[in-house]
Every structure is written in structure tokens, then in C-alpha cells.
Design a protein around this ligand. Structure first.
Ligand SMILES: Cc1ncc(COP(=O)(O)O)c(C=O)c1O
Length: 490
């Protein structure tokens, strides 16, 4: 038995970036996409005519045309002969947005691991409809092309690399990652980058670098369940900060907690938060950084879904505002390219050296061949092309799941519409017990991730996270219908 995780919550009191290169038509397309995602432009509705849009928004007709072609390509609108462009059809009005997360109540000690393990154990059956899974379909990844990169890179790998690449990691891979940071607006000295066994190791190492057992760590509520497990294992105490389903963490509560509690670190996701899918605005990310800088509290920024945005511009991480190495930015190829290769990294700021040493004392190194394969793929494999396709597929599947939820779930159900990734967060009517729903659904061959596994205090009892990272087919539709029936009967 692991020691219980002690959770403390304090009630709220008022408590070198590159230029954007986004083209005008992409920006305009993003604005229309946002209107569609948030339901302002409903399914079947006509989008502004080219002439109207051009006049009203002060853009040229060709900009509007290009934007509409892009939206058509992304499957959000469709042209009808001689009538203009229309939002693609959903069967019903979409369900309303998930509600703002109420402030957490005063909490008591809990132990989440048993519950998490029992839920995760049930996901392994390949015959189960995998709405509860943390992974998208493996068929969405260029596994054959990666295998060629593996073979090619191993043919030319220096025998010395087996030793030399063990510490900070494969130099080509580190350079490729640094280049990607540069393109998304973060200038990163190469020495900051440490390659790890997936982001999970990076996050663990970061936390161990800046805390001692018994310390307080600010985390999100709801949070990725592994966060809770890591805190439990390291005997750390959690201060839960509420997360708004669209806007991210409640900065006011965080400011107050920082002012009153000796918090030693924060572990947050600023973009495409798991499980809510929330993304903070750039201003809010900057404000978060300023707040942490003022208190000199390090941020462990978990950004594993960074590449899965649906818009045309990557969201900037809080790391892009970091002037003094306070942010440890953790990334991974697990979600974007190579599930199972277990290659992630941390841009460790002022803590990089300590993180690197700690890694040497624990797992020594991620697999050298896996690193070499990914380095080769990033150079020659067409990563950006793969990512565009992956994002498009996930966005299409999100639309399919949202439309299906609107068809089958009770009207009082609320649901998030994240701007990337492959999770929806569903708030069922109050009386629904998602742990019971989980058991009943599993008996019908359907998995889901019940809300309480994302909370140190088993809150979110009427919520669930649903995965839309798998091809949408009749079985998915039938599973949603079945979930709807079970929920309605509860
Ligand atoms: C929010 C979050 N952080 C970290 C991880 C772990 O990433 P990796 O597979 O690279 O260890 C996951 C995987 O599910 C995740 O969802």
C-alpha cells in the first residue's frame, strides 16, 4: 500500500520570442473555426458570403476565398452550388460547453492509485471500445516510416554513440528539438535540453529536482491522474488549483495560495490540458509566469499535446516568456509521432544540470536506437506533413464525437470543445455516478475514464473523459448510443 496523498486546499481570496508569421487568411480561417467550435456558427448555417466578409472584416475577397478553402480542407465547412459556404452538418445542436469548474471544497487525505490502476487495467482488452484510453489509434502514426529510420540510423550509428549519447541524449535529436522550439518562438540553449524516457520521466525528474518529501506542490483540479500518482509516490502534498474548461487554471486562487502557502513547485499544463483540453491565452501564460517569477516558484510545464493543435499556429508555452530559467518545459514524441518509443525531453532551464545528473543516477538513458530513429525521422521523414494529417484526422473525429454526443446524451449534458488533442470532457447530469457508469459501460464492452481518477479528492463524480483518437465507425456510434441510454436510466 502506498501512503495516502495528503491534499490541502485553501479557499480562494481575491488573490526571446520570434515574430508571428501567420498569414492573414490563416488568421481569418482560425477566427471562423473558433466561431464554429464555440457554436456561434451552428451546423448547417451559412458562413458570411465572400463579398460580405470582405467588406465587414476589411480583408480582400481573395483572402476570404483562401480562408474558406482552408476551412473546407479542414472539414469544417462545405460549398453548396450557387449558394455559398455552410458549416458542415451535425444531426443536432451541439451540447453546451462544460461549465466553469467550481472551487474545490476543503479536502481530506486520499489514495488514488488503486482506483487508477483498476481503471487502466480494464483498458487493455482490444475488443473494448476505447473511449477511456489515454492513447489515440496507433494507426495514426508513421510506424513503417519510423522503422526505416530506425534501420537507416543504426547502419550509420557510431559504436561510440552507445556510450556518448547516454547522458544528455543524441546530439542530432537535441538539435532537431531545439530547431522546433525556435520555429515556435522559443530560443533555447542546447545545454538546457535533456532527453528522457518519455515525458513521464522528465516530469518525475523535474519534481524530484525541486522538492523534498512533505513539500507542497500546486497541481490542477482536475489533473492528469499520473500527476497524482507521482505526488503520492514522492510523498508530496498537493494544493489543488481549479481549472476552467476553456481558460485554464484560476490565477486568482494560485496567487492567493502562493501568498499564503510555502509552495515549492507548480505542475501545470498551459495548452490542451489533460483532461479538460483547456488552453490558456498568451496574456494569461505571461501573467502566470510573472506571478511565479515574483515568488520564485519553479514551473514544471507539461506540454505533451503541444503538437496536436487544430489551428494554424502552435500555442506558445509559458516557457516562451521565461527570462531566468524558472520553467522546466516537458515534451514528448509519444502523442505526436512515436508511441512506445518512450522518447521525451525536458528543457530544464536553470535546473537542467541537476535533472541530467538525477537521470544518470536512475535510468541512465533512454534507448539509444530509439533516439537515433527519431532524429533521422525528424530530418528526413516529413514530420510536419504527418502532423498536419494527424491534426486534421483528430479534428474530424472530434466533430464526429461531438455530433454523436449531441444525438445520444441527455440535453443537460455539457461538453468541452478543445482546440486540439483527442479528449472530450463530459459533464453528465448531477445524478450520474461516473464510477458506476464506468462499470456498467465496461460490461457492454465500452471503456471511459471516470472523473474521480483525475482528482486527489475523487471529485468530478458526474464527469468522464472520452477519447476520440480512434477512427469513427459504427461501433463508436453504437457505443455512444449505449452510453446515452445508460446515463439516461441513472
Ligand atoms: C498530460 C500528460 N503528461 C504526460 C504524459 C506522459 O507522456 P509520455 O508517454 O511521453 O511519458 C501523458 C500521457 O498520457 C499525459 O497525458
Amino acid at each position: 500500500m502506498t501512503a495516502p496523498l495528503s491534499v490541502e486546499y485553501l479557499p480562494a481570496h481575491p488573490p526571446v520570442v520570434l515574430q508571428d508569421k501567420m498569414k492573414r487568411y490563416e488568421k481569418f480561417a482560425d477566427e471562423i473555426a473558433e466561431l464554429i467550435r464555440t457554436g456561434v456558427l451552428a451546423a448547417g448555417e451559412k458562413v458570411p458570403s465572400v463579398r460580405h466578409a470582405s467588406r465587414t472584416y476589411g480583408v480582400s475577397p481573395s483572402t476570404v476565398f483562401q480562408a474558406y478553402y482552408l476551412l473546407e480542407d479542414r472539414g469544417l465547412i462545405q460549398a453548396r452550388a450557387r449558394s455559398g459556404y455552410f458549416v458542415r452538418e451535425h444531426a443536432k445542436q451541439p451540447l453546451p460547453d462544460a461549465q466553469s469548474n467550481p472551487r474545490p471544497a476543503h479536502t481530506t487525505d486520499v489514495d488514488v492509485s488503486e482506483l487508477v490502476f483498476s481503471v487502466l487495467g480494464s483498458l487493455k482488452d482490444p475488443n473494448t471500445v476505447p473511449f477511456g484510453s489515454a492513447f489515440p489509434s496507433p494507426h495514426l502514426y508513421p510506424l513503417a516510416r519510423l522503422a526505416r529510420s530506425m534501420a537507416q540510423s543504426l547502419r550509420v550509428l557510431s559504436p561510440h554513440a552507445v556510450i556518448a549519447d547516454m547522458t544528455a541524449g543524441n546530439p542530432d535529436l537535441r538539435r532537431q528539438i531545439a530547431l522546433r522550439y525556435m520555429v515556435s518562438g522559443v530560443m533555447l540553449p542546447l545545454e538546457e535540453l535533456v532527453i528522457t524516457n518519455g515525458a513521464m520521466e522528465a516530469l518525475n525528474l523535474c519534481l524530484q529536482t525541486v522538492t523534498q518529501p512533505g513539500d507542497l506542490v500546486a497541481i490542477e483540479a482536475p489533473a492528469f491522474y499520473a500527476t497524482l500518482q507521482v505526488l503520492e509516490r514522492l510523498k508530496l502534498k498537493a494544493v489543488e488549483i481549479p481549472v476552467h474548461p476553456r481558460e485554464g487554471i484560476d490565477l486568482q486562487t494560485l496567487a492567493d495560495s502562493l501568498a499564503h502557502l510555502p509552495i515549492k513547485a507548480c505542475w501545470f499544463m498551459s495548452s490542451l490540458q489533460n483532461p479538460l483540453g483547456a488552453s490558456m491565452s498568451e496574456e494569461k501564460k505571461r501573467a502566470l509566469y510573472e506571478l511565479l517569477q515574483q515568488h520564485q516558484v519553479p514551473l514544471i510545464e507539461d506540454d505533451v499535446y503541444a503538437e496536436l493543435y487544430y489551428g494554424t499556429q502552435p500555442p506558445k508555452p509559458v516557457k516562451s516568456f521565461d527570462r531566468d530559467g524558472l520553467v522546466m518545459h516537458c515534451g514528448s514524441f509519444s502523442k505526436s509521432l512515436a508511441p512506445g518509443y518512450r522518447v521525451g525531453w525536458v528543457a530544464g532551464g536553470r535546473y537542467a544540470e541537476k535533472i541530467s545528473r538525477l537521470k544518470l543516477m536512475t535510468t541512465i538513458s533512454p534507448s539509444v536506437p530509439a533516439q537515433a530513429a527519431i532524429a533521422d525521422y525528424l530530418q528526413h521523414g516529413g514530420y510536419d506533413r504527418h502532423l498536419r494529417k494527424l491534426r486534421h484526422t483528430l479534428e474530424m473525429q472530434q466533430s464526429a464525437m461531438l455530433a454523436s454526443a449531441a444525438r445520444h446524451f441527455p440535453a443537460q449534458t455539457r461538453v468541452t470543445r478543445p482546440s486540439g488533442g483527442y479528449f472530450l470532457w463530459v459533464e453528465f447530469p448531477e445524478q450520474v455516478d461516473s464510477l458506476q457508469l464506468f462499470q456498467l459501460a465496461l460490461a457492454q464492452g465500452i471503456s471511459l475514464a471516470p472523473g474521480p481518477i483525475f482528482s486527489a479528492t475523487r471529485r468530478f463524480g458526474n464527469c468522464a473523459r472520452l477519447n476520440h483518437g480512434h477512427p469513427w465507425d459504427e461501433a463508436s456510434e453504437r457505443a455512444m448510443e449505449m452510453l446515452g441510454r445508460i446515463v439516461t436510466a441513472m
